[in-house]
Design a protein around this ligand. Structure first.
Ligand code: NAD
Length: 330
C-alpha cells in the first residue's frame, strides 16, 4: 500500500503523516508514505523531524502543479490524501494568483495524474469556508456553495474539479469539508498560534472588528481521524463535513487565551475587520457520524491547554517562523 500525501510538511498534513507512521490507523499500518510538498513559506520540513528516519517515509520537495513530478509519484500510488494548498485567507485578499494556481490548477494536475495512473482512492481535503457564512443552523453537504474570500473560492473550484473527475472519469474521489483546526505545528499566522506566540512574548493580540465572528474549533487530531475514516470507507463521489468541535466567537476564544496566560483585556489590540469577514461557520456532521462513526474526541479545554503547552515548549520551532508569518508589507 502506498499513500501519496500532498502538503505533508504543513500543519494538518504533517499531523496526518506522523499519525500514519506512528501506527494510529490500522488500515495504513504497513503503508509506504510519500510526501510531496513545495515547502512554501508555510511548509516546514522540521514538522516531519520525528519521523524523518522512518524507512516507510519518502519526502519529495516539489510542486503539485508540476505535471512530470506528479506523474512520476502517482505511478504505483494506491491512495492520495491531498492537503497541499495556499491556506491563509488574509494572503488571498492581498493577491489570489497563487491560490488559483495551487488550489485549482494543482488539484486538477493531481486528479488527472491519478486517473492516468489508475489510483484506487483520492481524498480531497476542503474546507467549510466554501459554504460562505451562516447566521443560524448548520450546513449539510448539499448546501449551495457561496465562497466569500478568494481562498474559499479557490477551494470551491478545486472541489468542483474533484467532483467532475469522479463523474467524468470514475475516479474514486471523496471530499472532506472541515471546520477550523488548531493544534501543534500550526503556522503562527493563524489566530490561535498567533495569539499564543504573541502572549508568550508578552505582546498584544490583534482582534478583528467587533470580535463576534463565530468559528467551530476542532483539534487537528480529530480532523485527521475523520479524514482516515473517509479514506477507509467513504463512498466515492461523496462529500463529508468534519467538525463538531466548539463554537466560539473570536472574543470568547481571546478571553480563554488571556485567562490561560493570566492576563487581562489590556493585552488586546482592536484592529480593522478583515474584508468580507464571514460571520459564522457551522457544519452539520450527521452524515460522517452516522455513515462512518465519526465524533470528535478531543475536548476544547484539553486541546487548547496541550496546544499552548506545545508552543511554550517549542519556542525554537516558531521563533524562526515569526518573520515568515508576517504578511507582505506589514
Ligand atoms: P498549511 O498552510 O499549514 O500547509 C500547506 C502545505 O502545502 C505547506 O506545507 C505548503 O508548503 C504546501 N504547499 C503549498 N503549495 C504547494 C504546492 N504548489 N505544491 C506542493 N505543496 C504545496 O495548511 P493546513 O492548515 O495544514 O491546511 C491543509 C489543508 O486543509 C488545506 O487544503 C486547507 O485548505 C485545508 N483546511 C485547513 C483548515 C485549517 O483550519 N487549517 C480547515 C479546513 C480545511
Amino acid at each position: 500500500m502506498r499513500v501519496l500525501v500532498t502538503g505533508g510538511a504543513g500543519f494538518i498534513g504533517s499531523h496526518y503523516v506522523r499519525k500514519v507512521l506512528g501506527g494510529a490507523y490500522d488500515t495504513l499500518a504497513d503503508a509506504q508514505v510519500v510526501v510531496l510538498d513545495k515547502l512554501t513559506y508555510a511548509g516546514c520540513e522540521s514538522n516531519l523531524e520525528s519521523v524523518r528516519d522512518n524507512p516507510r517515509l519518502r519526502f519529495v520537495r516539489g510542486d503539485i502543479c508540476d505535471r512530470e513530478v506528479v506523474r512520476d509519484l502517482m505511478s504505483g500510488t494506491d491512495l492520495v490524501v491531498h492537503f497541499a494548498a495556499e491556506s491563509h485567507v488574509d494572503r488571498s485578499i492581498m493577491g489570489a494568483a497563487d491560490f488559483v494556481m495551487t488550489n485549482v490548477v494543482g488539484t486538477q494536475t493531481l486528479l488527472q495524474a491519478a486517473v492516468d495512473a489508475g489510483v484506487r482512492r483520492f481524498v480531497h481535503i476542503s474546507t467549510d469556508e466554501v459554504y460562505g457564512s451562516i447566521t443560524e443552523g448548520s450546513w449539510t453537504e448539499d448546501h449551495v456553495l457561496e465562497p466569500n474570500s478568494p481562498y474559499a473560492a479557490s477551494k470551491a473550484g478545486a472541489e468542483l474539479m474533484a467532483r467532475s473527475f469522479h463523474r467524468t472519469h470514475g475516479l474514486a474521489v471523496c471530499v472532506t469539508r472541515c471546520s477550523n483546526n488548531y493544534g501543534p505545528h500550526q503556522f503562527p499566522e493563524k489566530v490561535i498560534p498567533l495569539f499564543v506566540t504573541n502572549l508568550l512574548d508578552g505582546r498584544k493580540v490583534p482582534l478583528y472588528g467587533d470580535g463576534l465572528n463565530v468559528r467551530d474549533w476542532l483539534h487537528v487530531d480529530d480532523h485527521c481521524w475523520g479524514i482516515q475514516l473517509v479514506a477507509d470507507s467513504g463512498r466515492p463521489g461523496e462529500i463529508y463535513n468534519i467538525g463538531g468541535g466548539t463554537e466560539l466567537t473570536n472574543r470568547e476564544l481571546t478571553e480563554r487565551l488571556l485567562a490561560a496566560f493570566g492576563v487581562d483585556e489590556s493585552m488586546v489590540e482592536r484592529v480593522p475587520d478583515r474584508k468580507a469577514h464571514d460571520r459564522r461557520y457551522s457544519v452539520d456532521i450527521t452524515k460522517i457520524s452516522t455513515e462512518l462513526g465519526y465524533r470528535p474526541l478531543v475536548s476544547f479545554e484539553e486541546g487548547l491547554a496541550s496546544t499552548i503547552a506545545w508552543y511554550r515548549e517549542n519556542r525554537d520551532w516558531w521563533e524562526q517562523l515569526v518573520d515568515r508569518a508576517k504578511l507582505p508589507g506589514s
